[in-house]
Every structure is written in C-alpha cells, then in structure tokens.
Design a protein around this ligand. Sequence first.
Ligand SMILES: [Zn+2]
Length: 257
Amino acid sequence: MPRLDDIVSFLDTLLQTAETPDYGPALNGLQLANPGEVRGVAAAVDYSMAGVDGAIAAGANLLLLHHGMFWGGAQPIRGVAYERLRKLLEHGVAVYASHLPLDRHPAFGNNVLLARELGLEPAGEFARYKTIAVGVRGEADVATAELAARARRLAESHGGTVVSTPHDASRRTRRWGICTGAGASSESLQEAAALGLDTLVVGEGPHHTGVEARELGIVVIYAGHYATETLGVRALARHVGERFGVPWTFVDAPTGL
Ligand SMILES: [Zn+2]
C-alpha cells in the first residue's frame, strides 16, 4: 500500500500547492493525517457528512476535497462538525484539500476540464488573482444558446440547472472566458470586457453581475457552483488512484447551487 506521505508530496508538487496564493480558509494541502497508508481514494467537492460517509462506504481512507474542512472559518467542533471529524478519525481517513491550485491546473483543473466538457479549447488565461490566473479563455464560433445547452447538460447531471443573461437565438459566441465556482464578479466582468470577451461561463455570481454583463454586451452563463467544480477533483482522484494503484471513487453530493 502506498504511504500517505508519498501521495501528499506527489500532490503538493503536481498542484504547486505551496506556490499558489489562495483565500486563507482554503488551507491547501494535507488537512488531516491518518495512521500512514492509503488503501483507496475518494473525491468530493465539499467537506460534508455525505462526502465523509461516501468515502468510508467506498473503503477509501484518503479524501480529496475542493472546498476543504475549514471553508466556513473557525467553528466549534460540536454537533455535525464533531460527528464528521469523529468518523474521519475512527476510520483513519486523511483529508487533502486543493482549491485554487486545482482550479487552475493545466491538466486536472476545473477550468480546463469545463472548457473541454463544453467543446471549447483553452488558448489563454482569464480571471487573474494575485500572481495567478484561475480561469481560461479562448475563441470559438458556436451559438451562445448551444453553449448554454451544453452547460445545462452538465448542471442537470449534478442536480443543478443553468441560468443565462438574456440573449437572442441567433447570437454567436466567439470569444469566451471560463471561471468555475463563484466566477462572476465586477472584477471578472471588467477583465472580460478589457479582453474583448463576449461570453462568460461561470458557476455562480451575485445578481448585480447580470446587470453589469448586459451593459458590457457580455452574456453570462451561470452553470452552478457545484456542477462546474465536480470535474477537477474527480480527475485528480482518478489520476492518484491509477498512479498509486489504489481504487478511487467520486462522491457526488450536489448542493443544488
Ligand atoms: Zn468553489
């Protein structure tokens, strides 16, 4: 059986965990250790009881998360928080989290994989954050409605749906940008406008982004925070499973958002 330490250093290198800036609570890397060996890997988007139960039911003792254990900030370990942690410790399940390092990864990143899922080929960066770019952009010639329909298929397969800002049936997408998760913001819209993008695909965004997008002539396709972030962690679990010769699984626990 592979050692946890070996998988952790493999992931830290692959994802450039130490070099990638992020929001404090992301706490990228190993968040919870286990007694030392890994017999199976599970992946989930969020740290939740469903994710923990799914990992244990699959016999996995390494859980890869996109939104890690400390996403909601410092909280007392009682009630559900206590139960989740108790189960992890009782079954010796380690937790490794990767937020922006996974979002932006060129092979296993949410953004690259979402582009391919939508039939788009990334050709550049989008969504600057400190020293990195989280998202991707590229060119295409596809009906915006068709792009929204492709996004809808992904969203609906994970219990969500797609919302788009208004556009007519003949509109075509020629220059697009993608930023998964909470990708729509005033900043990302301004960046899109400066880059000449006409369509953005994001997970979610506040209502005012719909107003701003319309005034900038950009259509935003909101495909769901959860659905747009299922791709990376799943691909990563598969890669680790194959590389280290252990079974892997993805625990789908849709939030509906
Ligand atoms: Zn997210």
